[in-house]
Ligand binder design. Structure first.
Ligand code: UDP
Ligand code: MG
Length: 324
């Protein structure tokens, strides 16, 4: 059995939240200290330009052995912050939480219980009653509905900042780009199937302002395309490009051949003919043949790239028996 240094790691991505994090640390301590659980709070200062880092330093004096901090030189985004936090986390259960006090630390014990006793690999918070403006809640509903259909994971709230993970999960996934919205999917893809959710209390932002604007929706959808695509075809791009390319090539080819034969037959029978090059359909067929060939080539290039990739044989292994 693996021994863990801490019972709980709390990972907090922090970008210009100097007014909130002191209160947050006090609240977390208020919940966890009476339970006699060992814990660490890892603040990842994502290149803040306010006094967030000074606050982290102050807190580490106030709660030595509890506060850990990582400071980025510049703003890299929430995913990067989570990535570093996951790398550093030493707890048996890892909890992520926003720095802005919108998530309530009082949920932590129950989330931990769901991981340790109910056997969940990951539990996502569900802000059933949300204290955000309507222009954020509505798109979020669409977003989550799409996400459920595409990923097959039945969660109401993919993008909730408050989530709990089994230690192994955070060490097996790599959050990058803006993938923090898709962590449940990354976890599922890594083989962790027991993903649950818990209705959590949500609060209005007390200080500062949201760091994400409307463009989050567009990015979210594009990222979803990327994850589903890489999930299905990253090990064999030829399956995607090759089949699509062949289909287009054949379709275009058949149309072209048909146009030419039709013309020849009419010509032989002395009927009025239309030049093949005068028919719009011919150009369509031509374009399809060309694009089809290019797709096919893209598939080949993809295969070449995959073959060279150092991660082409990376598999997450759960257990090994009697193997040296
Ligand atoms: N955050 C971050 N880097 C960024 C943007 C946000 O670390 O580039 C943090 C932010 O400090 C907060 C969390 O991510 O702790 C969620 O951000 P926010 O509250 O602005 O998002 P919202 O609640 O509007 O979804
Ligand atoms: Mg927030």
């Amino acid at each position: 059995m693996k021994q863990f240094n801490k019972n709980i790691s709390i990972v907090v991505p922090t970008y210009n939240e100097d007014e909130s994090i002191g209160e947050l640390a006090d609240e977390i301590a208020g919940v966890l200290q009476p339970l006699k659980l060992s814990y660490e709070i890892i603040f990842i200062d994502d290149g803040s330009t306010d006094h967030s880092w000074n606050e982290v330093l102050r807190l580490s004096d106030k709660y030595p052995d509890v506060i850990r901090g990582i400071k980025f030189l510049r703003n890299y985004g929430k995913s990067a912050a989570l990535y570093e936090g996951f790398k550093a986390a030493e707890g048996e259960v890892v909890i992520t939480m926003d720095a802005d006090l919108q998530d309530s630390p009082s949920e932590i014990p129950e989330l931990r219980k769901m991981i340790l006793e109910d056997g969940f690999d990951m539990v996502s918070g569900w802000k059933r009653k949300r204290y955000d403006p309507l222009n954020k809640r509505l798109p979020s509903k669409f977003f989550n509905a799409t996400a459920r259909t595409v990923t097959g994971i039945k969660l109401h709230d993919f993008n909730c900042g408050l989530k709990a993970y089994r230690h192994k999960v955070v060490k097996s996934i790599e959050v990058y780009g803006e993938m923090h919205r898709w962590i449940p999917f990354l976890a599922k893809r890594a083989g962790f199937r027991k993903i649950g959710e818990k209705v959590v209390q949500h609060r209005a932002r007390k200080y500062g302002f949201s760091k994400f604007g409307w463009e989050r929706m567009i990015k979210g959808y594009l990222d979803l395309l990327t994850v589903t695509f890489t999930e299905r075809f990253s090990k064999s791009p030829m399956y995607f490009f090759g089949s699509l390319g062949t289909l287009m090539f054949l379709f275009g080819g058949v149309i072209a051949v048909w146009l030419i034969t039709e013309k020849l037959i009419r010509q032989m029978n002395g009927l009025v003919i239309r030049q093949v090059t005068e028919q719009p359909l011919f150009y369509l067929a031509l374009v399809m043949v060309i694009i089809g060939t290019q797709m096919f080539l893209a598939g080949f290039l993809g295969e070449l790239v995959c073959r060279k990739s150092p991660s082409r044989n990376d598999y997450l292994i759960d257990n090994k028996l009697n193997l040296k």
